[in-house]
Design a protein around this ligand. Structure first.
Ligand code: NAD
Length: 276
């Protein structure tokens, strides 16, 4: 494969770059995921709330790729937190995907005011022990949520998927994850493509390497050790976003991008978000 793996804390290999499908309608997901698989992506990031597990699963089945060459992530939605409801929601996700196991299952948000993520995670541990999930993890957890989870459960999460891009570099979270052996996965790695790809420092680095701004930002993540899951429905961009393993940023480039941090979130604050 074009994409090198990282080794999760339970020995499972996860491609360092995958394809995200948030906001891709179910009837477009099949062709978008098919394009990604043709371009060489082997990791797909979906979620129950995205409403496109069926389209995603159709592309996976139609690809004819051996299941063991693929890495499929889905996420438990907030309304399904709790032990029994998690077991039911997982069955529904597997059925929609048309799979008999997933590679990674994530708690989508911690919802700290509800206090249900520990019970939810205990259901994840059961599904993992039953061989239906190869690695279990979380998303949008702050270090304080991880600390409670690790104190009250047995399996250290393999991954925490958090908002992370040059305007929100998350150094404290990344450091805490590294101490605990948790892989950091960046969501909205391109800052949702908004102003970030026009920032002069990034445009200048792209020119210097004869690459695109998106490739520079993705390469910055890769050199930091993050897992990335850029999203696009445009075939040329889908292809462009995986072509980031044949060049390197130098220390000067990395420093210039590090200087762009503004601690600015595009998404909700996990400490207070309680979305249904
Ligand atoms: P992203 O940072 O991947 O940006 C995607 C957008 O950037 C595209 O819609 C397009 O407008 C633009 N873009 C993509 N490639 C480009 C290119 N080569 N050149 C120019 N513009 C380009 O944003 P995202 O979709 O929010 O995040 C990626 C994935 O992360 C999602 O699809 C989803 O799988 C995951 N995610 C997870 C959570 C969570 O709570 N766990 C939240 C948001 C996203």
């Amino acid at each position: 494969s074009k994409v090198p793996p990282i080794i999760l804390n339970n020995g499972v290999e996860m491609p360092q770059l995958g394809f995200g499908v948030w906001q891709v309608p179910d009837d477009e997901a099949e062709s978008a995921v098919a394009t990604a698989l043709e371009a060489g992506y082997r990791s797909i990031d979906t979620a129950a709330i995205y409403g496109n597990e069926e389209g995603t699963g159709k592309a996976i089945t139609a690809s004819g790729l051996p299941r063991e060459e693929l890495f499929v992530t889905t996420k438990l939605w907030n309304a399904d937190q709790g032990y029994d409801s998690t077991l039911r929601a997982f069955d529904t996700s597997l059925e929609k995907l048309g799979l008999d196991f997933v590679d990674l299952y994530l708690i989508h948000w911690p919802l700290p005011a509800r206090g249900t993520y520990v019970d939810t995670y205990k259901a994840f541990e059961k599904l993992h022990a039953d061989g239906r999930i190869r690695a279990i993890g979380v998303s949008n957890f702050l270090p304080e949520h991880l600390e409670r989870l690790i104190g009250e459960t047995s399996v250290i999460p393999a991954v925490n998927q958090i908002e992370l891009h040059p305007h929100l570099q998350q150094s404290a979270a990344r450091e805490y994850h590294a101490e605990q052996g948790i892989a950091t996965e960046a969501w909205s790695p391109l800052g949702q493509g908004k102003g970030l790809l026009e920032v002069p420092a990034i445009v200048a680095i792209a020119r210097k390497h004869n690459r695109t701004p998106a490739q520079v930002v993705l390469r910055w993540h890769i050199q930091l050790g993050n897992v990335v899951i850029p999203k696009s429905v445009t075939p040329a961009r889908i292809k462009e976003n995986i072509e980031v393993f044949d060049f390197s940023l130098d220390t000067e480039d990395l420093a210039a991008i590090s200087a762009l941090n503004e601690n600015r979130r595009l998404g909700p604050d996990p400490a207070t978000f309680d979305g249904a």
